[in-house]
Design a protein around this ligand. Structure first.
Ligand SMILES: Cc1cc2nc3c(=O)[nH]c(=O)nc-3n(C[C@H](O)[C@H](O)[C@H](O)COP(=O)(O)O)c2cc1C
Length: 336
């Protein structure tokens, strides 16, 4: 039985990897799965919630992107950066997108989730408002927030959240905390710091770098109540990971934390794109995300790894493949 208190969490992975079958199979194995609402339209999200409920009676969570700040200076920084990317786009024969801000339909997604009532709504890239937390609580939904820095625990406590996702430096994909300062602590150190600062009863979920049952047990031993794994599921049969991404996970050596693809720091496998542009990429999410979208789509469609954000945690070389059920059972080992 999967519950929000399962020791293993399937981390949300927007942009393709998270699928309904992936969430359902991890839940069947005893883990707690998240649908990833990021980048989806509200109707698409509603459809996925319905589809999941049609195949699984297990509880699940939904992860939502909180809107990032916007300003004329941020827009200008993204415009300047687009000029730097232009030669690469021209070489590929692709027109870059226009830098722009959007809120990823945040308010509509929260409205939907208040109605749909998943067991948990987790937030990333920022904090929900007190009002949103209150509405979700009134609907019987737990609220979890993501952070990268122990200094942010007090904010989470003020919001009255039920869970903290402590995302360590090893984690693949975007830094989920409210401040994109590119600093970070190893997951174990972050857990050690957060466990003493959190309010009593706040569920502590460690995430970043857990690829095996031994890794999971080590983070539980450090004081986490659960461990969320992302990269470990990227090669699962049910994951929607692009082929070029699946292949690269076991064929590339290094990862870097870079803003080059979206304007927000994220860990990805090193490529010529990250080598060439990481130094100058501004903090300008989602403006940069919109600039690079056509190039990334082209890279995925044409199977060119140098044009794709190959999101991966530091443990990527140990990524298993096979059915998600087996991967989840392996990570849970004798915890179930
Ligand atoms: C491909 C990919 C997509 C991700 N998308 C999201 C997301 O939509 N929301 C989120 O909160 N975290 C996202 N993350 C971060 C994961 O939730 C999690 O923190 C991370 O995968 C943990 O580190 P690991 O990859 O070493 O297991 C993503 C990670 C990856 C690898």
């Amino acid at each position: 039985m999967s519950t929000p208190r399962s020791r293993l969490v399937l981390a949300p992975m927007a942009g393709g990897p998270t699928t309904v079958p992936l969430v359902a199979e991890v839940a069947r194995a005893g883990g707690f799965g998240f649908l990833a609402a990021g980048y989806l339209g509200v109707e698409d999200l509603a459809g996925r919630i319905d589809a999941l409920r049609a195949v699984s009676a297990e509880p699940f969570g939904v992860n939502v992107f909180v809107p990032s700040p916007d300003s004329p200076a941020i827009l200008q920084a993204a415009r300047d950066y687009a000029v730097r990317l232009a030669p690469m786009a021209e070489l590929a024969g692709v027109e870059l997108g226009q830098p722009r801000w959007d809120d990823d339909a945040y308010a509509a997604k929260v409205d939907l989730l208040v109605q749909a009532r998943p067991s948990v709504v987790s937030f990333t890239f920022g904090w929900p408002s007190l009002d949103d937390v209150g509405r979700l609580h009134a609907a019987g939904v737990e609220v979890w927030v993501t952070l990268n820095d122990p200094g942010e625990v007090a904010w989470a406590t003020e919001l009255g959240v039920d869970g903290i996702v402590a995302q360590g430096w090893q984690a693949g994909g975007h830094r989920g905390g409210p401040v994109d300062n590119r600093h970070g602590l190893p997951t174990r150190d972050l857990v050690n710091a957060v466990k003493v600062l959190r309010a009593t009863g706040t569920h502590l979920v460690a995430t970043g770098g857990a690829m095996t049952a031994t890794d999971v047990e080590a983070l539980l031993g450090a004081g986490a109540d659960a461990v969320a794994c992302g990269t470990a599921f990227l090669r699962a049969e049910e994951a929607g990971t692009a082929d070029v991404h699946r292949h690269a996970l076991t064929h590339r050596a290094d990862t870097v934390v870079t803003r080059t693809f979206t304007g927000r720091s994220a860990r990805a496998l090193r490529t010529s794109w990250t080598d060439l542009h990481s130094d100058r990429a501004p903090s300008a999410y989602p403006h940069v995300h919109h600039v690079t979208a056509p190039l990334r789509a082209f890279g995925r469609a044409s199977g060119q790894p140098e044009l794709v954000p190959l999101w991966a945690g530091t443990g990527h070389a140990r990524v298993p493949s096979g059915p998600a059920y087996d991967i989840a059972r392996g990570l849970l080992a004798d915890l179930v």
